[in-house]
Design a protein around this ligand. Structure first.
Ligand SMILES: [Fe+2]
Length: 315
C-alpha cells in the first residue's frame, strides 16, 4: 500500500466521509418509566463515566473539520444514541439534519439504537430519510427494510442492519438469514451493473475484532456471503478503535475498515475517515485519510493509504 497525499480532484471520483459512534449526550431529564428496564444500567453507566468519555465539543470539532473537506457523501455507521430513547432519536435527527441533506447523508442503526425491544421501531421513523434506500417511499416494513441500496454514480451504497436486542451485559449484533439472503441478491445485482459496492454495517464483521460479548453473532455466515458474492469496501464502527483488515472475496481482496468513535478519546483519538474513490487500476483507486483530534485539541492528519481495488466487473 503506497502512501499518498491529499486527494486529487479527479472529476469522476467521489469524496466520502465515514464517521461513527458519536453517542450524542443524553438529555438532562430522563423519564423514570422509560428506564425501568435494561436501560437503567446504561443510564448509570452514562451518568458515572460515559458522559466524560463522549464529549460533544470533540464531536463538533471533528464535524467542522469534516465539513471543511466538503465530502460528497457522509456515512454514519450507528450508535448515535446511548439508550435508544425517543428524545435521543429526536436530538440525533437534528444532528443528522445539520450534517447535510439526507440524499448525501446515510446512516444505519447500532446496538445502542436497539437497546430494548421496540426502541429502533420508534426511532426508525424519525431517521427514515437518512437510512432508507432509493426505492422506499412511505413507511417501510422494518422487518424487511434492510439491506438498503443507494446508487450514487458508480457507487452502490449498501446499508446493513446488525442492530438486535442483546442479553444484559452484551452488545452483540446479528444480520440474520433473511437479510443475508436479500443482501446476496443485491450484491449480485450491483456487480452486474458494474458498481463499486460499499457496504456499511455497525458491528465489525471479521472474527476476533471485538470480544464475543460485542461481536457479530453470525459473522461466519456473513463473511462467507461476502466472500462468495464479493464486495469492494466494508466500513464499520462499534469498537471505538481503528481497524484495517482485508477480506478475500471471489472478486478480489476487499478492505474492511473500522473508524474510532467521533466523540471519545478513551480508547484512541476521536477520528473520522475521508475516502476518495475514483476509477483506476482495472477497477478503482481508494485513498483513505484519517482525521483525528490531536493532543493540542486541533484536528490532525492520521493514517493515510492508497488501495488499488482491481475488479473485472468495473464499468
Ligand atoms: Fe456499538
Amino acid at each position: 500500500m503506497a502512501m499518498q497525499g491529499p486527494e486529487s480532484n479527479t472529476p469522476a471520483g467521489v469524496t466520502l466521509a465515514h464517521i461513527s459512534d458519536p453517542h450524542l449526550p443524553l438529555p438532562v431529564k430522563v423519564p423514570l418509566r422509560e428506564v425501568l428496564n435494561k436501560r437503567l444500567l446504561g443510564l448509570l453507566s452514562w451518568r458515572t463515566k460515559r458522559h466524560r468519555r463522549h464529549r460533544p465539543e470533540i464531536l463538533a470539532r471533528l464535524v467542522a473539520d469534516m465539513q471543511g473537506h466538503a465530502p460528497d457523501l457522509i456515512m454514519v455507521s450507528g450508535d448515535l444514541t446511548n439508550l435508544g430513547l425517543e428524545s435521543e432519536y429526536r436530538a440525533a435527527r437534528h444532528w443528522l439534519d445539520a450534517l447535510g441533506d439526507a440524499s448525501r447523508v446515510m446512516t444505519i442503526p447500532g446496538n445502542h439504537e436497539a437497546l430494548v425491544a421496540g426502541a429502533w421501531d420508534k426511532g426508525a421513523a424519525q431517521w427514515q430519510p437518512y437510512w432508507q434506500g432509493d426505492a422506499v417511499s412511505g413507511a417501510p416494513d422494518l422487518s424487511r427494510a434492510f439491506p438498503v441500496l443507494r446508487r450514487r454514480g458508480a457507487l452502490a451504497l449498501i446499508g446493513v442492519s446488525s442492530a438486535v436486542v442483546s442479553p444484559l451485559g452484551f452488545a452483540v449484533g446479528e444480520v440474520g438469514a433473511a437479510q443475508r439472503e436479500r443482501l446476496a441478491a443485491l450484491l449480485r445485482q450491483t456487480r452486474e451493473e458494474g458498481l463499486f459496492r460499499l457496504l456499511m454495517i455497525h458491528h465489525p464483521p471479521l472474527p476476533g475484532t471485538v470480544s464475543p460479548r460485542k461481536h457479530l453473532r453470525d459473522h461466519a455466515e456473513f463473511c462467507a456471503l461476502l466472500e462468495r458474492e464479493g464486495v469492494e469496501l466494508v466500513l464499520h464502527g462499534h469498537s471505538h478503535r481503528s481497524h484495517h483488515q482485508m477480506l478475500p472475496t471471489c472478486d478480489g481482496p476487499a478492505p474492511v475498515i473500522g473508524v474510532p468513535s467521533a466523540s471519545s478519546m478513551h480508547h484512541e483519538p476521536a477520528a473520522y475517515h475521508l475516502y476518495r474513490i475514483a476509477p483506476g487500476h482495472g477497477g478503482w483507486q481508494v485513498t483513505l485519510r484519517a482525521r483525528r483530534l490531536g493532543s493540542d485539541q486541533t484536528i490532525e492528519a492520521g493514517r493515510c493509504e492508497s488501495l488499488a481495488i482491481s475488479r473485472r466487473h468495473a464499468a
